[in-house]
Design a protein around this ligand. Structure first.
Ligand SMILES: Cc1cc2nc3c(=O)[nH]c(=O)nc-3n(C[C@H](O)[C@H](O)[C@H](O)COP(=O)(O)OP(=O)(O)OC[C@H]3O[C@@H](n4cnc5c(N)ncnc54)[C@H](O)[C@@H]3O)c2cc1C
Length: 380
């Protein structure tokens, strides 16, 4: 009989896991906490060559690439002073080029394909607990309902419930002292051209922008915030645009022009990662994506790692061996933890302080991002 697999979370890892499971001959059902309409998340992300390569195995690289735009390189600067150029894409011509895409567009492509393949998705199902025994696994939801399956895969992100069901002593995410924000500027001209991410250190904060082929400019900002803000702290920020204008005042970057040309600026949100999550699986349950290994956005790899996990896990399960989860962890843990370490180092450089700024040109030369083939050329 076909194995029924409960997938908890309908973000990025969840739908991709469901599609990879279906391809491997399983019967997945996705359970997502929010309503279907709740995907208007404003931010964008880069999906790197390695992540797109994993999506190729599911026939999804093309529609995802078509919904974004290629961004094969980045230019780093200290104010207007150029520090160097770095690849964001694999240089292997057989690999797809890195693309930048809104999170909403990526969700849409993944969900359309899930729907096309008639994979059931249950919305409004927030998992609160799960039990497994010799016969199967049962998930409990906040609305009082339950679902049963042969296996349960937690793709429920940074604050994963499945992670704590597997290991009640699982660590909490680590705060990375940066606030994220960004937006889409229109009707403004800035130096540069599509295909390059222009990333610059201002005196107080890091700023990046990507000219889109349609003439708009996508940007994000990382504002240092030494202590972890509470929800109330974030809600108390009323004039975020004004705060950002102050942060970049006097910098030789086009930050202020882009902030002014943006109708809706993404509300600030804090950054987290996990140095390590000790336990990825127990009995019939396992975690993938951010639930297992969130990385700082400075790595530009969280979504790509989630996709690689999903495809790898489905392949391991296809072998139908009791060691499938252990095999998945053996294949994935060293790589994702290396990416988390890289993201932490990249993030630390974004909040350098006064002395750090003096040493930046040297620090940039020593960044482990010049040769990225171990990361970008990877095929699952
Ligand atoms: C500012 C920022 C910038 C980023 N930039 C990049 C980038 O450039 N490139 C990149 O690759 N990555 C980037 N990332 C990381 C990337 O967004 C994540 O790694 C990726 O979204 C992880 O996918 P996921 O499916 O594991 O988690 P998520 O996308 O968070 O999805 C988890 C899903 O599970 C659902 N859920 C949660 N709890 C429950 C529950 N109890 N029951 C049911 N459902 C539940 C949630 O509603 C959500 O839909 C960035 C992240 C941030 C914060």
């Amino acid at each position: 009989m076909t194995k029924r697999i409960l997938v908890i979370g309908g973000g990025i890892a969840g739908p991709v896991t469901a599609l990879a499971l279906r391809q491997a001959g399983f019967d997945p059902v996705v359970h997502e906490a929010y309503d279907e309409s709740a995907d208007g998340v404003g931010a964008f992300l880069t999906l790197a060559s390695n992540g797109l390569s994993a999506l190729e195995t599911l026939g999804l690289a093309e529609p995802v690439a078509a919904a974004g735009f290629v961004t094969p390189r980045m230019r780093l600067s200290l104010g207007a002073r150029e520090l160097g150029w770095f690849p964001m894409s694999s240089t292997d011509p057989r690999m797809p080029s890195t693309v930048t895409i809104t999170r909403a567009a990526l969700y849409r492509v993944l969900r359309d394909e899930v729907r096309r393949q008639d994979i059931p998705v249950e919305y409004g199902k927030r998992m609160t607990g799960a039990e497994s025994d010799a016969r199967g696994v049962t998930a409990r939801f906040a609305d009082g309902t339950t679902a049963t399956g042969d296996l349960l895969i937690g793709a429920d992100g940074l604050r994963s419930t499945v992670r704590t069901v597997i290991d009640p002593a699982a660590p909490a995410p680590r705060y990375v002292p940066l606030l994220n924000t960004g937006g889409y500027a229109r009707g403004v001209r800035v130096p540069g051209e599509p295909g390059t991410a222009y990333m610059g250190f201002g005196r107080r904060a890091f700023f990046a922008y990507l000219p889109h082929p349609d003439g708009s400019v996508w940007w994000f900002a990382n504002v240092p915030s030494r202590t972890e803000p509470t929800r109330a702290d974030l809600a108390a920020i009323t004039d975020w645009r004004g705060r950002l204008r102050e942060v970049y005042a006097g910098d030789d970057l086009p930050a202020q022009a882009l902030i002014d040309a943006t109708a809706d600026i993404v509300a600030p949100y804090p950054t987290y990662d996990f140095p390590t999550v000790p336990t990825w699986h127990r009995d019939r349950m396992v975690i993938v994506g951010d639930a297992a290994h969130a990385t700082s956005p400075a790595a530009g790899q969280g979504a790509s790692m989630a996709v690689e996990d999903a495809v790898t896990l489905a392949r391991c399960l296809r072998s139908d061996r009791p060691t499938a989860f252990a095999e998945y962890e053996r294949l994935r843990r060293p790589r994702v933890e290396k990416v988390v370490r890289m993201g932490k180092r990249n993030g630390d450089v974004k909040a350098p302080g006064v002395f750090g700024r003096l040493l930046l040109p040297l620090a940039i030369r020593m960044l482990p991002t010049r040769d990225m083939s171990w990361l970008l050329d990877h095929r699952v």
